[in-house]
Design a protein around this ligand. Sequence first.
Ligand code: CO
Ligand code: CO
Ligand code: CO
Length: 322
Amino acid sequence: MLSQVLGNLNKFSTKDTLIDYESFDDAAAYNLNNETILQTVDFFTPIVDDPYDFGRIAAANSLSDIYAMGGKPLFALNIVAFPVDDLPLSVLTDILRGGSDVASEAGIPILGGHSIKDKEPKYGLVVTGTPFKTPIKNSTAQPGDVIILTKPLGLGIISTAIKKDIADKNMIDEAVNIMTYLNKDASEAMISTGVNACTDITGYGLLGHLLEMCKGSKLSANINFDSIKFIDGSKELAAKGIVPGGTKRNYDFIKENISFSNDLEMYQKYLLADAQTSGGLLISIPKEKLDELNSKLSGAKYECVKIGNFEPLESNPYIKVS
Ligand code: CO
Ligand code: CO
Ligand code: CO
């Protein structure tokens, strides 16, 4: 939304701007006294009922953009909207405690923030970081690279089931575990191995983020539906029509750029377009480095799977799904 509007404005830039919104990357990069700093901001309305879990999810999601850029977070600021007349302050305390616990897990302090009174609670972080080496962009994938995904999909579908009160406890717990799991270890593994490109999967879904990588890198991608992991129960929910509006909009927005194998059903296409919150990293790595990355990721909580590869771009469609 923002990038569509920003495109109409006169842009002011300085020589120290390294990465801005035009490349649809995860964080901005700026040269400060010959050091690169990364900065990102994200906030949203509650997607789970428990305020503490909401705080943890929002913080992990905000931190993720720094990890996706191959960065080390340094410090954060809280962004808060809260209906102070309608909800007890203890709810806000729980949200902020969740954010603070996840920031501590990431090894960073929250140094301040800003709050406003609003009808619906909203929470997130501004995170400042620095790349370990150089920023890992989303637009530098190479032909022949293997595409790795580090968390299962289906979070948007399960969030919708939670809103409709039809998600069971195991499913909710699993979704919360995934959304609060930091992309820190996956990021450190990819930095030390050396990869060509990375982004994290959030609201635009796997297909949307993959499409940005394809367009930015001027490549096409082949992915295989069966190789992708989905959270237990999410396929069944999607097959029953439990699909968020955002996921359907994602699909409509990108479908021209994708060719799906004929045996894929509509609900399977929606699963691939599903809007995620605090999803995994989507990594583009040279084939010969895959074993090294896999061995570094072997202890990860969620299986990191190879979902496809990049190829030279012949013509649209950018993405082929088999
Ligand atoms: Co991102
Ligand atoms: Co973001
Ligand atoms: Co202020």
